[in-house]
Design a protein around this ligand. Structure first.
Ligand SMILES: Cc1cc2nc3c(=O)[nH]c(=O)nc-3n(C[C@H](O)[C@H](O)[C@H](O)COP(=O)(O)OP(=O)(O)OC[C@H]3O[C@@H](n4cnc5c(N)ncnc54)[C@H](O)[C@@H]3O)c2cc1C
Length: 440
């Protein structure tokens, strides 16, 4: 017999329907897109996420550096489905899938499915380095970005009352590990804070002594982008006073000292870890289908290998396609395009028609380093500098969900641009829990 909670939730909390039930796990770029496409179609959709909001991850770094409010880059999921009578959203943590009984097990009980779509995205990868995991600051959710903002501001407050120069330096210095778009963008934003914002708030501190290091293991920043983009982004960062260390592998961090493989050390109380991600894999997925960084093997239609009714899309999926022999890049466009194709395929499958293979159309990539400074690689043209920066602003503004969010972000960016200021430097946090470490 099923435990009470499971039996209770299994049937009674979702309306009965004659339509096939598609359960979508995760309301990120992939899951939310698919659920929106399936709205008011002849299926019952159950969308599950552990948060009641969708997060726009590309702008996390602006929350972390006090440029945007968390609410500007998060959107309540229920609001998306006001007019979708066949979509049922549940806030729950999914623990396990059971492909034998076609059901999933969550924090609110079990739910059965006819078709399951796993779109749980990815989380920070510390490559099994427990010491770094214990001390580093990740940036993979709104909550973590807010924590990072608090941390940076608290360190400045503590620096004011530090007992020694060494202690003050550790509180003020920041080390960013990982020279991909996230690491590059957050380093640039921190450099701007150091130049324009922090000296006004903390006139008693000498920001000429504050060091921002960006450490990257490979020979260049923004590895997947063009060499021009890498070179210009490095030049931009260096011109802003960021110390860029390429070909440098971080081996350990004890909360105070960062040690690299070649024996160098950097002193900081704040290490931002942007060096890798791993898929959010659920229990119940056959182990042989999961590769080292937690991505699940799928066929050309995003069907989990060996299954007929379980699909995996977005960051957590790995598909070999054409030139993408090691899988597609883990970016929003892949998640969105896979959701679009799966939408067509699910309806085809339900009608007994053949599904079509997925082909990724690379629309280009971009990163911003600071005001008037960005790099853009489009399929036929690459450009950097002011035009790239305006292009970056426009694309990101258009991609944000919700008219109100677009408006607030536009307003915030305009005010910040002209005033060289950010108004969100509030330390908002819960009462400290037992054993929680202070920034010192
Ligand atoms: C800081 C940062 C910057 C980025 N910048 C860019 C960029 O500039 N351009 C770009 O294209 N891409 C960027 N990306 C990558 C992009 O955000 C991802 O590729 C994209 O979000 C993947 O979409 P997804 O739907 O697969 O996963 P996600 O968008 O991560 O969504 C996964 C969802 O699943 C939910 N979830 C996970 N596990 C569970 C569980 N067990 N139970 C319930 N719910 C669960 C999560 O809450 C989340 O809502 C960035 C990522 C980060 C972190």
């Amino acid at each position: 017999m099923l435990p009470f909670a499971e039996a209770f939730f299994m049937s009674s909390h979702l309306p009965s329907s004659q339509s096939p039930r598609i359960v979508i796990l995760g309301a990120g770029f992939a899951g939310l897109r698919l659920a929106r496409k399936l709205a008011n179609k002849p299926v019952q959709v159950v969308l599950i996420d552990k948060n009641n909001f969708h997060q726009f991850q590309p702008l996390f770094y602006q929350v972390a550096t006090a440029g945007l409010a968390p609410s500007s880059i998060a959107f309540p999921i229920r609001k998306v489905f006001h007019k979708a009578h066949n979509v049922h959203f549940r806030v729950a943590e999914v623990d396990r899938i059971d492909t034998l009984s076609n059901s999933i097990h969550t924090s609110i009980g079990s739910i059965s499915y006819d078709k399951l779509v796993i779109a749980t995205g990815a989380d920070t990868n510390y490559f099994n380095n427990k010491q770094i995991e214990a001390h580093a600051l990740p940036m993979k959710s709104v909550q973590e970005s807010l924590y990072l903002r608090n941390r940076i501001l608290e360190c400045m407050e503590a620096a004011l009352v530090a007992d020694s120069d060494e202690e003050r330096a550790a509180l003020m210095n920041v080390v960013v590990v990982g020279g991909g778009p996230t690491g590059t963008e957050v380093s640039g934003a921190l450099a701007e804070m150091r130049s324009f914002v922090l000296p006004k708030d903390y006139p008693e501190l000498d920001f000429d002594t504050m060091e921002i290091h960006l450490i990257e293991a490979s020979p260049r920043l923004l590895g997947p982008m063009s060499k021009d983009a890498s070179k210009r982004s490095e030049d931009f960062l260096r011109s802003m006073g960021v110390k860029v260390e390429v070909n440098t592998l971080v081996e350990s961090y004890d909360g105070h000292t960062v040690t690299t493989k070649d024996g160098r050390t950097f002193i900081t109380n704040s290490l931002i870890w942007a060096a890798g991600i791993k898929g959010n894999v659920l229990e119940g997925i056959p182990e042989e289908l999961i590769i080292a960084n937690g991505r699940v093997k799928v066929d050309s239609t995003n069907k989990m290998l060996g299954s007929d009714n379980v699909f995996v899309i977005g960051d957590v999926a790995i598909m070999e396609e054409g030139n993408f022999t090691k899988g597609h890049p883990q970016v929003a466009q892949v998640a969105i395009q896979q959701a679009d194709q799966l939408y067509v395929n699910l309806l085809s499958q339900l009608k007994g028609k053949k599904m079509k293979p997925f082909h990724y159309k690379d629309l280009g990539s971009m990163a911003t380093i600071g005001r008037n400074k960005a790099v853009v690689d489009l399929p036929y043209i690459k450009f950097q500098g002011f035009v790239a920066w305006v292009f970056w602003l426009f694309i990101h503004l258009m991609s944000i969900l919700g008219v109100k969010n677009k408006f607030f972000i536009f307003l915030e960016w305009t005010v910040n641009y002209f005033t060289y200021d950010q108004s969100l430097r509030l330390v908002i946090k819960q009462k400290p829990r037992d054993g929680e470490a202070s920034v010192k």
